[in-house]
Design a protein around this ligand. Structure first.
Ligand code: XIL
Length: 334
């Protein structure tokens, strides 16, 4: 059958999407998931916010729906995300803010033990940490974002989380998932350097890190620097890491309203990006952050709404499940 996953699989890649909690009963949506995808990632269903709904509660009802869907379709799964500055339930925030290193570590062990234990054997790769680099001006020499985890545990929280996952599910690939490391601007190049240095250190310390995830929330008019991007990916590959595109989509705010023009510009940009990334043999999977325009998170994000108020055309299918130029660009890039 002609689908993104079929095209990806022909070159040894897998294609998939994030699946949102709101669409788990939507038949057209689920049919498209079954047809187009070889791998899935829960949008929110394995985040702390979705599972630790109250003190002492571990609610896997939404997680289980995704596990069942993937099993029914014979699809692989990624896990997202064990440690994140965002998505910490409101009840846990004051607790973490007051926690000393010992309590914070116990909390982390218990949480990773619960979620990665529940999903053990089903998840090929876990985003162990997500978005750990600071946004904007870099204030710390290590470039790390100020988070409750950093405050309680220091920079070692990253190593610790990878080690805990490895104890709980040794077969799951430990992945560092990061945003804003793809495009050709100096501040992103600085982030790439921070990533490479930290991974070198982790490797030297024997930390079980196996993959790096490029979120790939692309946006115009930021350019791609092919040479810098290739060098970054090559260095990751040479360190023995697998690479994934984990959350591809396109924020088209800077593109004109006209739909055919906009769709073509998005597709052309994505094609240029994919052609560079997919040249790197360490790349394993390509996932989009949803795959159907009406479901994109971008329209709900205050900083990412288009100034003309039109909905974003970020993803490979439109609202009528028609294949957009982006779908064709992705298929050709695979
Ligand atoms: C987003 C979800 O799509 C939203 O539904 C949720 O409200 C907030 O998080 N990078 C990530 C994802 O790693 O977890 C984010 O997902 C989108 C940006």
């Amino acid at each position: 059958a002609d689908s993104l996953h079929a095209a990806a699989a022909r070159t040894g890649l897998a294609y998939g999407t994030a699946v949102p909690v709101e669409r788990m009963e939507d038949r057209a949506y689920l049919a498209a998931v079954a047809r187009e995808c070889g791998i899935l990632v829960p949008n929110t269903q394995t985040k702390m916010l979705s599972i630790l709904t109250a003190p002492g509660v571990e609610d896997f009802s939404e997680t289980d729906k995704v596990l069942r869907l993937a099993r029914a379709n014979g699809q692989r799964l990624r896990g997202h995300t064990l440690v994140w500055h965002d998505g910490i339930p409101a009840w846990a925030q004051p607790l973490l803010a007051r926690a000393g290193a010992y309590q914070a570590e116990s909390f982390l062990r218990r949480w990773i033990g619960a979620v990665a234990g529940h999903c053990r054997g089903r998840i090929e790769a876990w985003d162990v940490v997500n978005e750990v680099l600071a946004q904007g001006e870099i204030r710390r020499a290590d470039g790390l974002r100020e988070t409750p985890w950093l405050a309680a545990l220091g920079p070692d929280y990253i190593d610790l989380a990878f080690r805990i996952l490895h104890e709980v599910d040794p077969k799951a690939a430990g992945t560092w998932n990061e945003d804003a490391v793809e495009q050709g601007v100096p501040w992103m190049e600085a982030r790439r350097t921070l990533v490479l240095r930290r991974i070198e250190g982790m490797r030297a310390r024997g930390v079980p890190i196996h993959r790096f995830g490029l979120q790939s929330h692309l946006a115009s008019p930021i350019p791609i620097d092919e040479r810098q991007l290739r060098r970054f990916l090559r260095e990751l590959g040479q360190m023995g890491l697998g690479i994934e595109i984990t959350e591809l989509d396109f924020d088209d705010r800077a593109f004109p309203a006209d739909i055919p023009t906009r769709d073509r510009m998005v597709a052309d940009y994505a094609r240029r990006y994919l052609d560079v990334v997919l040249d790197e043999p360490a790349v394993l999977n390509v996932l989009t952050w949803d795959f159907y325009d009406p479901a994109t998170w971008l329209n709900g994000h205050p900083d990412r709404r288009r100034p003309d108020g039109l909905p974003q055309r970020a993803l490979p299918f439109d609202g009528a499940w028609r294949r957009k130029p982006l779908w064709h660009a992705m298929r050709k890039a695979f």
